[in-house]
Design a protein around this ligand. Structure first.
Ligand code: TYD
Length: 206
């Protein structure tokens, strides 16, 4: 049996990932292509518990190293429990954030080290890499305006401010320079324009 395609979506907070993931899943439903949609951190019973620790605003004493290892722990669980079995069964898997988030947020923005994060990512995934990663690239100012427009309360990561988000964006662009699987998509356009690019790339690979 052919392996399923593994697609991940990345970008700074407020970049419009959810909208694009919604459009892609609707499109797969239309053509009757089975898929599994998961999110990181979370997506499993254990992972959702880790997620609540990671995003809890009360946990402001968490060390950057503890944060990094918790993201990796949640990842190890979802890869073993959900993502790898689905891909091996031929199902397309769409993941809302994956290990490039750790590269950009913890490796670059938290300055924990890119090589260290790449090594830990490899351990957490046992070497499983996405086939395509869409990086929705947007200025931090536009992303901030979108988040405010949604009126949601900021979580612990979002409270880190615009300078942090700027470093995250640079981290993502650095990842895109290093890894060919990352497709940089200009997220400053209309949802329809952005999705046209995503759809074309996915159709070529399905
Ligand atoms: P979430 O509410 O899922 O954000 P979004 O809707 O923007 O995807 O919160 C996840 C937060 O955790 C987000 O700020 C990004 C951050 N994060 C990391 O710092 N490192 C990681 O490895 C992952 C997966 C997420």
């Amino acid at each position: 049996m052919d392996r399923g395609l593994f697609i991940t979506f990345e970008g700074i907070d407020g970049c419009g990932k959810s909208t694009q993931i919604g459009l892609l899943t609707a499109c797969l439903e239309d053509i009757g292509k089975p898929f599994l949609l998961v999110r990181e951190p979370g997506g499993t019973v254990i992972g959702e518990k880790i997620r609540s620790i990671l995003l809890d605003k009360e946990n402001n004493e968490m060390s950057p190293e503890a944060e990094l290892l918790l993201f990796e722990a949640a990842r190890a669980q979802i890869v073993a429990e959900k993502i790898r079995p689905a891909i091996e069964a031929g199902t397309t898997v769409i993941c809302d954030r994956f290990y490039d988030s750790t590269f950009a947020y913890q490796g670059v923005a938290r300055s924990l080290g890119e090589d260290l994060v790449v090594t830990l990512n490899d351990i957490a995934t046992s070497g499983l890499a996405p086939d395509i990663t869409f990086l929705l690239d947007l200025s931090v100012e536009d992303a901030y305006a979108r988040r405010k427009g949604r009126g949601e309360a900021d979580d612990r990561m979002e409270l880190l401010g615009l300078e942090f988000q700027r470093n995250v964006r640079n981290g993502y662009l650095k990842a895109a320079d290093s890894f060919d699987r990352i497709v940089v998509v200009d997220a400053g356009r209309t949802p329809e324009e952005i999705f046209a690019d995503i759809k074309k790339t996915v159709e070529e690979r399905l």
